[in-house]
Design a protein around this ligand. Structure first.
Ligand SMILES: [Zn+2]
Ligand SMILES: [Zn+2]
Length: 353
């Protein structure tokens, strides 16, 4: 059923798409000397305002978790916080990630507005900045130009990169990719969300989430602030951070054993399907970010909007492309599931030899 949407996405289409991207990449890589940057001495400085914000968020969240487990807050407040985490999450996964960063599908204006609103609830900077950094991450993955280069360790990839000054190579590539990311600024939804980011952040990430529990079920202002704003915000941040840390460190590599990103089911469960990261780094333009059959709620979200025509031009790798790539560079685990089902014909073990 799902394959019906892939009609617009032929191998030719991908071929053309990649040629275009390669031309762009030749152009922007012309005067970029990665070896020079890799060799340079660099000591990052702590960005105190950002570090202070992270420490405050996490300390208050510990108090929030205490309020939740001791039933100091109304159950509805906890439920509302988690419902907000999982609905707003689609703004990251289906929105800023698969739509804006990767252009893995196209979306009509109402869906783009919905995704921009959901993304703003998560409070993770503006669409433009997030998508640009994510493009730098994919293009220069595991180099000094990768904003959250996992070679610098778990903590750096998880949160350290947000509280330290960036490597000069990252700044260099942010400027370079800005020049070829005009598609982002051409989208009025991205432009408006960027221009109005501070008032939108205040309204959607702070004021409304704090107001709802107070107004509808008489939660106290302090409880609502701690649980429905700070703790919720911090949990969403950490789920997104896990894709950069856990999903680059622990798991198998069925598609490319030579890169760091891995398949991590736990991250996928928490991050609405974004933990199938070995697949995603190999086929970043695939709107599913994983093979069919993998738990991926964000793919179901996009499929639902494709049914009513709001999402279209969904790009996906064919099984032949996936199997060939796995044979060529995978670690031999393609088709292995955590609980192998010998009767399933969907999976077959690929003999890498
Ligand atoms: Zn990654
Ligand atoms: Zn990505």
């Amino acid at each position: 059923m799902k394959t019906g949407y892939h009609g617009a996405c032929t191998a030719e289409h991908h071929h053309m798409h990649r040629i275009t991207l390669e031309n762009v990449s030749d152009k922007i890589n012309k005067d970029f000397d990665l070896a020079k940057y890799e060799a340079m001495e660099f000591t990052p400085q702590i960005r105190w305002p950002d570090l202070t914000v992270q420490i405050m968020l996490h300390l208050v969240s510990i108090f929030g978790v205490y309020l939740i487990i001791t039933n100091e807050v109304r159950f509805l407040t906890t439920l509302f916080a988690f419902a907000t985490i999982y609905t707003s999450g689609f703004g990251i996964t289906a929105g800023v990630h698969r739509l804006w960063s990767h252009r893995a599908y196209r979306a009509k204006t109402p869906l783009r507005i919905l995704l921009a609103l959901l993304f703003t609830i998560t409070g993770q900077r503006d669409i433009y900045t997030w998508a640009l950094d994510h493009r730098v991450h994919h293009k220069y993955s595991e180099t000094v130009a990768d904003p959250h280069d996992v070679r610098r360790g778990f903590w750096f990839a998880h949160v350290g990169w947000l509280v330290l000054t960036p490597h000069p190579a990252v700044e260099d590539r942010r400027v370079a990719l800005k020049k070829v990311s005009l598609d982002l600024i051409d989208d009025p939804v991205v432009r408006i969300q960027k221009q109005l980011f501070i008032p939108l952040f205040a309204l959607l990430n702070v004021i409304i989430p704090v107001w709802v529990p107070c107004y509808f079920w008489s939660e106290t202002l302090v409880n609502s602030f701690v649980v429905s704003f700070v703790t919720r915000f911090t949990i969403t941040l950490n789920i997104a951070f896990c894709v950069n840390s856990f999903a680059h460190l622990w798991g198998n590599k069925p598609y490319d054993r030579l890169i760091k990103p891995v398949e991590n089911g736990m991250v996928s469960l928490a991050a609405l399907g974004e933990g199938w990261h070995n697949y995603h780094h190999v086929f970043p333009w695939d709107y599913r970010t994983s093979e069919l059959g993998r738990l991926n709620i964000s793919t179901n979200f996009i499929d639902t909007f494709a049914k009513i025509g709001w999402a279209y031009d969904l790009k996906a790798a064919t099984s032949a492309m996936i199997v060939n790539r796995a044979k060529r560079s995978g670690d031999g685990t393609l088709g292995e599931t955590e609980e192998p089902d010998p009767t399933s014909s969907d999976y077959q073990h690929i003999d890498v030899n």
